[in-house]
Write a protein that binds this ligand. Structure first.
Ligand SMILES: [Zn+2]
Length: 478
C-alpha cells in the first residue's frame, strides 16, 4: 500500500528545496522591448450530466467526478501578434472541435484562428467525443448527452482564451529540460518467438527486449514576471494517460502533477500540462509485479513527475528573443489500404460489436479502421502540422494523432531550438501514427492506424522544415 501521507511530506520537502533554489536566481530586469505579455486561464469542462466515457472499446456511463476536467489556456502577445496554446483534459481533439473553437476565438478575442493550438492530454476518464458530419466510423455513435457536450465545448474553450486575454501581464519565457527516467515505458517488445508483442503483461518470461525507445525528457517553460517569479509553467512528457480507469471523471496523472506544483508555486499560478508523443508508450513497468491501476498509482506518477520538474528549477535560463511566430502546413497522408473484399467482413464485425458476445478485440480494431477509411472513400487525410515559436530558444509543435515516440525524438533532434515541446492529439486526430519500421512489425497500433506507412516520417519532415524556417526568422528579428 502507498503511504500517501509520507509521499506528501517528502514532496513538500523536495518542493520547498526547489523553490529556495529558484528564488536565488539573480534578478535580471526585463527590457521594455523584450517584454512579452502573457495571460493564463482555466475553465471547468467536466460534463454536467451522466455521459458516455471514452477510452475503451466498450461503452460505460460516468457516475461522478473524482477531479474536474479542465481546459487550460496560455495567450501570448508580443505586441504585434497573438497566439493561444490550449490543453484539454480529454481523450482527444477532433477537427470539428478545432475549427469551431478557432472560429469562436477569432470572433470573440481577435486572435487569428491559425494562431490557436488545441491539444488533448488523452485522459481515458473523460467523455466520449463526437464529430458532427464525421467521416470516422467510431465517432458516429452518438447519444444526446455526448452531442450536447460537444456542441457546448467550443464556447467553453473560447471563454477560457478570452479570460486569459483579459489578464495579460508582462513576462519573459525561461526554459529548462528536466529528466524522469522511471515513469514511462515502451509497450512494444521483441518476443522470443520473433514477433513484436504489445502490452505482453508483467513479468512475461517471453519478453526479449523493448522494440522502441522512451523519451524521458521533461521540457519546461516558465513565464517569469519582473521579479523572476513564475506566473505560469508549461510542461509536457511522453506518457500515456490510462492509469485511473472506472466511471469517475478524472484528468488522471496531471491532476496530482498540477496540484503538487501549485502547492509550490501557489494555487493562483497557472500550471499547464500537455501530452507529448507516446503512441507506443505507457506507464506499465513489465519488470515489476506491482499493480499499476487506480488513483493511487496516478498520484504516484504525478507526484514523482512534479519532483522531476522541481529538480530542473536551478537549470532555468532566460530565452533569447521575444517575438512570436506561427505557421502551419497541411500534409496529405494516404490511408492504410484494404482490399474491397474486407469491407463486407468489417461491416459484419461492426454489427456484431453491438451485441454480446462481442467479436474479438483484434477483429474490432481492424474492422473499425477499414470502415473509417472506407467511409471517407479512402481519400487522403489532410493533417495539420503547426509550429509556434517565441524567440529563438523555445518552440511548440502540434501533431494530430497518437504519435510514436521515435517520431517526436526525430523532430527534437532536427529542431534548431533549444527547447522543442511537442503536443500530440492536437488540432484534431487521425489516431495512431506509427514509425515506418513499426508497420513491418505489426500489432495493435499498426492494425489500428488509419494512415499508410511513411505518414509519420512526412509529419516529421514538415515539422523540422517549419522549425528551421522559424529559427532563421527569429534570428533575423533579434
Ligand atoms: Zn489511449
Amino acid at each position: 500500500m502507498l503511504n500517501w501521507r509520507r509521499i506528501k511530506l517528502s514532496v513538500v520537502v523536495v518542493l520547498s528545496l526547489g523553490l529556495t533554489i529558484f528564488a536565488t536566481t539573480p534578478y535580471r530586469p526585463l527590457h521594455a522591448e523584450e517584454a512579452l505579455r502573457v495571460g493564463f486561464a482555466k475553465v471547468d469542462i467536466t460534463p454536467s450530466q451522466p455521459t458516455p466515457m471514452a477510452g475503451y472499446y466498450h461503452g460505460r456511463l460516468s457516475t461522478e467526478t473524482h477531479d474536474p476536467l479542465w481546459c487550460r489556456a496560455v495567450v501570448i502577445d508580443d505586441g504585434a501578434n497573438k497566439a493561444a496554446i490550449i490543453t484539454l483534459d480529454l481523450i482527444s481533439t477532433t477537427r470539428w472541435m478545432t475549427v469551431e473553437s478557432r472560429k469562436m476565438i477569432e470572433r470573440v478575442s481577435g486572435i487569428p484562428a491559425a494562431n490557436v493550438m488545441i491539444s488533448a492530454t488523452h485522459t481515458h476518464t473523460g467523455p466520449s467525443l463526437h464529430e458532427p458530419n464525421s467521416t470516422r466510423y467510431m465517432e458516429m455513435i452518438q447519444v444526446p448527452s455526448t452531442e450536447l457536450y460537444m456542441t457546448q465545448l467550443p464556447g467553453k474553450i473560447a471563454d477560457c482564451v478570452n479570460a486569459a486575454l483579459s489578464n495579460l501581464q508582462a513576462t519573459h519565457p525561461h526554459y529548462a529540460i528536466g529528466v524522469e527516467e522511471k515513469l514511462t515505458f515502451n509497450r512494444r517488445f521483441f518476443m522470443e518467438d520473433g514477433t513484436v508483442g504489445w502490452n505482453p503483461g508483467k513479468l512475461n518470461a517471453k519478453i526479449v527486449r523493448e522494440a522502441g525507445p522512451t523519451d524521458d525528457t521533461l521540457p519546461l517553460v516558465a513565464w517569469m514576471d519582473e521579479k523572476q517569479q513564475p506566473q505560469g509553467v508549461m510542461l509536457n512528457y511522453c506518457i500515456h494517460l490510462d492509469t485511473v480507469g472506472g466511471t469517475q471523471w478524472s484528468a488522471d496523472m496531471p491532476h496530482t502533477l498540477i496540484e503538487s506544483l501549485e502547492s509550490v508555486f501557489g494555487s493562483d499560478k497557472h500550471i499547464q500540462y500537455a501530452t507529448a508523443c507516446c503512441g507506443d508508450l505507457n506507464h506499465i513497468d513489465v519488470r515489476s509485479a506491482s499493480p499499476q491501476k487506480g488513483h493511487g498509482e496516478a498520484a504516484r506518477i504525478g507526484v514523482r513527475l512534479s519532483g522531476a520538474a522541481l529538480r530542473a528549477l536551478p537549470n532555468f535560463v532566460a530565452a533569447k528573443g521575444s517575438k512570436l511566430h506561427v505557421t502551419s502546413q497541411t500534409v496529405p497522408l494516404n490511408v492504410f489500404e484494404h482490399s474491397p473484399e474486407r469491407v463486407a467482413w468489417a461491416e459484419s464485425i461492426a454489427e456484431k460489436s453491438k451485441q454480446q458476445p462481442q467479436p474479438s478485440f483484434w477483429d474490432m480494431v481492424e474492422a473499425f479502421r477499414i470502415l473509417d477509411n472506407q467511409f471517407r472513400e479512402n481519400k487522403p487525410y489532410d493533417v495539420e502540422v503547426q509550429v509556434i515559436s517565441v524567440g529563438r530558444d523555445v518552440a511548440w509543435v502540434a501533431l494530430s494523432g497518437e504519435v510514436f515516440v521515435q517520431l517526436g525524438m526525430d523532430i527534437k533532434a532536427g529542431s534548431p531550438f533549444r527547447l522543442t515541446a511537442i503536443h500530440e492529439l492536437a488540432n484534431g486526430s487521425i489516431g495512431y501514427i506509427p514509425t515506418r519500421e513499426a508497420y513491418g512489425q505489426g500489432n495493435y497500433e499498426v492494425i489500428s492506424a488509419r494512415c499508410a506507412e511513411g505518414s509519420g516520417e512526412l509529419l516529421v519532415q514538415s515539422a523540422i522544415a517549419q522549425l528551421r524556417e522559424h529559427f532563421s526568422i527569429q534570428a533575423s528579428k533579434e
